[in-house]
Design a protein around this ligand. Structure first.
Ligand code: IPE
Ligand code: IPE
Ligand code: MG
Length: 224
């Protein structure tokens, strides 16, 4: 049985879910947070050490300003509301992506990282303003000044995910089969699960089923 150290999730389908319920896309984002809480609890229960959640991509800035503003306000309130609980439960929060938000949100994010940095139970990497290509470009630009040969280890240790093992599995909800510029380097050998359900409908049971399936996969890593 495969061990699971790191799960990565593309939480997709909030907008469609909100519209399907005859409400707004933003309503879908709001209800999507309930799934985040469910998945966090379950991940701790399963003793998984790392969870990376794709919350906002570098491409998501193209969305209408109103939706973008709503998403960041939602995140702000979510953190203000839940941070103590996360801290109590041993969650360490880390932001991956460039922190280019309002001063207020930057402050909240920095504070959340600082407050939880010694926690050991589960590290949650929140991908915010994250894009894999820009992450790689940033790393290569840093490395070009060092007159050293580039190798795999050096690249890995210059990404936002430095010191974090690569995800063992990737889950994408929302019935869309693409990576959308998420962890392109880190997912090189991940097992990928595309889930038909929209993110707000995804639950513990769906998550457990995927984890169980993953455990039984024969992972070759090029070998036989
Ligand atoms: C949530 O899903 C992911 C975010 C970018 C916040 P979407 O907002 O992409 O929902 P759909 O795919 O349009 O339904
Ligand atoms: C990926 O979802 C980004 C997040 C889940 C945050 P999108 O809904 O933005 O992806 P595309 O644009 O459909 O590929
Ligand atoms: Mg989407």
């Amino acid at each position: 049985m495969n061990q699971i150290q790191h799960v990565a999730i593309i939480m997709d389908g909030n907008g469609r879910w909100g519209l399907k319920k005859r409400k707004s896309r933003n309503f879908g984002h709001k209800i999507g947070l309930k799934t985040v809480e469910k998945v966090l609890k379950q991940t701790i229960k399963k003793k998984i050490k790392y969870l990376t959640l794709f919350a906002f991509s570098t491409e998501n800035w193209k969305r209408p300003q109103k939706e973008v503003n709503f998403l960041f306000k939602l995140l702000e309130n979510f953190l203000l509301d839940k941070l103590s609980e996360f801290h109590k439960n041993g969650i360490k929060l880390k932001i991956i992506g460039k922190k280019r938000f309002s001063n207020q949100l930057n402050r909240i994010l920095n504070n959340a990282e600082k407050k939880t940095k010694k926690n050991k139970k589960l590290q949650v990497n929140l991908a915010l303003n994250y894009g894999s290509k820009s992450e790689l470009i940033y790393a290569f630009n840093k490395l070009k000044f060092k007159k050293k040969a580039i190798n795999e280890k050096i690249i890995s240790s210059n990404l936002f995910t430095k010191n974090i093992p690569d995800p063992d599995l990737l889950i994408r909800t929302g019935n869309t089969h693409r990576l959308s510029n998420f962890l392109l380097w880190q997912l090189a050998y991940a097992e990928i699960f595309f889930e038909k359900k929209l993110w707000p409908d995804f639950n513990e049971n769906d998550y457990n089923k995927i984890l169980l399936k993953f455990k039984k996969i024969k992972r070759n890593f090029g070998n036989i």
